[in-house]
Every structure is written in structure tokens, then in C-alpha cells.
Design a protein around this ligand. Structure first.
Ligand code: HEC
Length: 158
């Protein structure tokens, strides 16, 4: 079985790439469920998932935990533990004392505006506002997760 399948797959691949156009009956051009096709389907699913994060909507976040929302929208700059990545700033280390649930909600809504009230923030650094698609309970879950990360970085907890 194996010896017969491999060459069929190769011929199919070449004919698809257009290098050697040769009519191959579709029934033999490629077996339907090989590990390769399964991998292809998986790749499509993953790529589709990433692409869809670019066109979010509110219902996507209603289903997610605070940690999942954080991972999707914040980790790229703040790192999974809030220690900040790539020297861009935004470490949560030693920042717990500056924040409550209420002030953090206000900050995430409009970080640039909030800076006037929080002298410890840097005027030179930019923090993007939270996606308007993260609303209500989802927003509260995210804020609790961030406060939890700050708690975990407090000297007494490390
Ligand atoms: C493009 C990078 C980037 C993204 C994405 C980002 N941040 Fe930030 N964040 C920053 C930077 C830079 C600062 C520092 C801003 C300053 O000092 O004024 C910051 C500051 C903060 C602070 C204040 C920390 C302090 O010093 O007290 C909090 C809280 C925060 N971000 C939460 C979040 C959350 C929650 C998300 C996801 C919804 C997020 N950030 C997404 C870059 C980012």
C-alpha cells in the first residue's frame, strides 16, 4: 500500500505546481486521506485562526477567559507574565500599587489620556487602547488577569 501511494502523491504535487502539465485522472492524482492532506487541513485551520484574530468581533471575546484575551491582545508587548518583551517598556514589575480595577479599566480605554493622571507612566512610550470589541464581563476578566499578573510579580510573592 505504501509503495503505491508515495509516487502518486509526487506526480500530483508536480502537476499542481505547473512544472509538468500532464493530465492525471483526478481519481489517482492524490489519495484522499493521507497524513499529508490531514496536515494540510490542520495548517489551514491554524492559519485561519490567526487571520480571524484580525477581524474580531465582540462575541469572540465573550467566550474567552481573561488569560486568553491577554494572550491574544497583550502578550506580544507585555510578555506572558507581564515582564515586557523586547525592551519596549510596559513591565508590570512593581506597578501593582498604582492600579485598581477601576483605574485599570479607565486606563485601557484610553491610555494616552490617562497618562496625565499617572506620573509614573512614560510620556515617550505608547500603549494602544484596548479593542472596543472587548466589553463588559470580558473586559473585567482581562483586568482581573492583569492585576493577578502584577500581584504575582510583587516582591513578597516572588
Ligand atoms: C504595542 C505594544 C503594547 C500592547 C499590544 C499592549 N501594551 Fe500595555 N503598554 C505598552 C507600553 C509601551 C506601556 C508603557 C506605557 C507608558 O509607560 O506610558 C504599556 C503599559 C501598560 C500598563 C501600565 C503599566 C504601568 O507601568 O503601570 C498596563 C496595565 C498595560 N499596559 C496593560 C495592557 C493590556 C491589558 C494590554 C492588552 C489589552 C496591553 N497593555 C497591550 C505596550 C503595549
Amino acid at each position: 500500500m505504501r509503495e503505491r501511494r508515495a509516487p502518486r502523491l509526487n506526480r500530483g504535487g508536480r502537476s499542481l505546481s505547473g512544472l509538468r502539465p500532464r493530465p492525471i485522472p483526478s481519481s489517482v492524482s492524490r489519495p484522499h486521506w493521507t497524513p499529508i492532506t490531514r496536515l494540510g487541513a490542520l495548517t489551514l485551520t491554524l492559519v485561519g485562526g490567526l487571520a480571524s484574530s484580525g477581524c474580531d468581533n465582540a462575541s469572540a471575546y465573550e467566550q474567552l477567559s481573561g488569560a486568553q484575551i491577554y494572550e491574544r491582545l497583550c502578550t506580544q508587548c507585555h510578555g506572558p507574565e507581564g515582564r515586557a518583551l523586547h525592551g519596549r517598556g510596559g513591565s508590570y514589575l512593581g506597578k501593582r500599587k498604582y492600579w485598581t480595577r477601576a483605574t485599570l479599566l479607565e486606563y485601557l480605554e484610553d491610555p494616552q489620556a490617562y497618562k496625565r493622571k499617572a506620573p509614573h507612566l512614560s510620556s515617550a512610550k505608547y500603549m494602544p487602547p484596548l479593542s472596543p470589541y472587548v466589553q463588559g464581563e470580558a473586559r473585567a476578566r482581562l483586568v482581573d488577569h492583569v492585576l493577578g499578573l502584577m500581584d504575582a510579580l510583587e516582591p513578597s510573592k516572588r
